[in-house]
Design a binder for this molecule. Structure first.
Ligand code: PEP
Ligand code: MN
Length: 487
């Protein structure tokens, strides 16, 4: 903010006009607060962040908004995935390459399944802050303070704010470099690695899908349909939970709207005429309303979402989220009332811009059938056109008898297929999926074609927070979703 006070007027909130600035969340009650001991050090870190260049730009942010508008209208499908908690340590070429490749392969399968373009967003390059239900957790039989993500981890050191920026920038720099160097070049044969699929029926089904995809790619090449370069590279956007607002505020900048932002401009508030203190008559004409040429952009990621624990309509996180131009997500769970949901949409998107908001539903397989139809109907009545995305992970977490946090592949697929079916029954459609996954061969979720059992989880259980699908389970989920999309 460079010490200036920026004001954004014209936000209608329940009929009232209220101003907004990147710091206005500070006057609201906040969930999941962070207490730094050394305020001077926080000031130093924030000051540094405020002078660093944007990690992403308004042009990119609006390109994603355009794509999400397509998703909201049923013209594209959204795939979002990555770690629950990204560690600074994951900022290395192997881990990043594995995730890019996995998201690319999953998206090819989903393009085949839905017969429409797929928009890819990684939970990556900034997913460093975690909300926690309890301040303490058990690790290896010992009770220790809960892991709150690498941006806070340990002694809540304000220097980690700056480290988060640099890890985020380094990760995205490598993603961009790899994409432009052809990591996603579809001319190269892809290794689909289906050897682990034991069930011959499944093996056959997946092989048929892969053959069909490879055949389509060959065909496009033959007829020269890739000459414009679409097959050489792909877009991959970044996202994280906007939890640590001091960090998000520091990277929120007032910037010129790009030319690809083709929505009717918001108008600057008209200045009232000056009034003579003697006669009470107007001394100047009221100013003519001019269009806003700038807006507030969170430049730390293309897409941010607000978590299930911090989405109270009158609290700090929603106050922050309502002011930014980025596309945003809101987690919707079993405790979200329809009143809260419709109020939230009006607060964060008063102009009812199509696809600005993604509702990320995460009820759990046991509750999805009861809750999702109510939410779909309530949103329809408001006139908001949202992206409906299913997060089949967070409502399906369970503990094994030995206390290991896991999720079963069957429960994940069950919530996802229920969401697909319910949307269809309600005259709506599922716009996308939100998954916790990794490109590595971890053993954190049970089930899938490898048949992982509770007893196998110890082999490679590496997550610092929630259990992730490994690369085989993630790809298999894409196969199954594509299969249901094809009917
Ligand atoms: C998450 O996405 O990692 C998360 C904490 O989800 P939720 O807010 O839905 O619990
Ligand atoms: Mn999680």
């Amino acid at each position: 903010m460079n010490g200036q006070q920026h004001q954004l007027d014209g936000m209608s909130n329940g009929g009232k006009h209220t101003s907004w600035e990147p710091s206005s969340w500070r006057s609201k009650p906040i969930k999941q607060p962070v207490h730094y001991e050394d305020q001077a050090a926080v000031g130093k870190s924030v000051g540094k962040l405020q002078h660093l260049p944007p990690i992403v730009t308004p042009t990119e942010i609006w390109r994603l908004r355009r794509s999400l508008e397509d998703v909201a209208l049923g013209k594209a499908f959204l795939l979002q995935g990555g770690d629950c908690a990204e560690l600074f340590d994951y900022c290395n070429d192997e881990a990043i390459d594995a995730k890019i490749k996995l998201l690319l392969q999953m998206s090819l399968v989903l393009i085949w399944g839905g017969n429409k373009p797929v928009v890819r967003i990684a939970r990556m390059a900034g997913q460093y802050a975690k909300p926690r239900s309890s301040p303490m957790e058990m690790v290896d039989g010992k009770e220790i303070p809960s892991f709150r993500g690498d941006i806070l981890n340990g002694a809540i050191d304000p220097d980690r704010l700056v480290q988060a920026y640099f890890h985020s920038a380094a990760t995205l720099n490598y993603v961009r470099a790899q994409l432009s160097s052809g990591i996603a070049d579809l001319h190269k044969p892809l290794d689909w690695g289906l050897g682990h699929v034991q069930d011959p029926e499944m093996q056959k089904k997946y092989t048929t899908i892969v053959e069909s995809i490879s055949e389509s790619l060959r065909f496009m090449r033959t007829i020269g349909a890739d000459t414009a370069g679409q097959l050489q590279t792909v877009d991959l956007y970044t996202s994280h939970e906007g939890l640590l607002l001091a960090y998000e505020e520091s990277l929120t900048r007032k910037l010129k709207h790009p030319s690809n932002r083709n929505v009717p401009p918001k108008m600057k508030p008209a200045k009232p005429p000056k009034v003579s203190p003697l006669t009470g008559g107007a001394l100047t004409n009221p100013s003519i309303q001019e269009p806003e040429t700038t807006g507030y952009y969170n430049t730390s990621a293309h897409f941010l979402w607000v978590g299930d624990r911090t989405r109270q309509p009158d609290h700090a996180h929603i106050e922050y989220f309502r002011g930014i131009e980025n596309p945003i997500g809101i987690k919707v769970g079993p405790t979200t009332t329809t009143e809260d949901l419709t109020q939230l949409l009006d607060i964060v998107n008063p102009g009812k811009e199509t696809g600005k908001v993604t509702l990320i539903t995460r009820y759990g397989e046991a509750k999805v059938s009861e809750l999702l139809p109510k939410h779909i109907n309530a949103v329809r009545e408001t006139g908001h056109v949202v992206v409906w995305q299913c997060d089949p992970m967070h409502g399906n977490t369970r503990s094994t008898t030995t206390g290991v946090k896991t999720r079963s592949f069957a429960a994940i697929f069950s919530e996802l297929s229920a969401a697909l079916r319910i949307h269809q029954e309600c005259g709506s459609f599922l716009g996308g999926v939100h998954l916790e996954l990794t490109g590595d061969a971890v053993t954190e979720c049970t089930g899938g074609s490898q048949g992982l059992q509770d007893e196998d989880l110890g082999e490679r259980y590496e997550t610092f927070c929630d259990p992730r699908l490994n690369e085989k389970q993630a790809l298999e989920l894409a196969f199954l979703v594509a299969g249901s999309q094809r009917g």
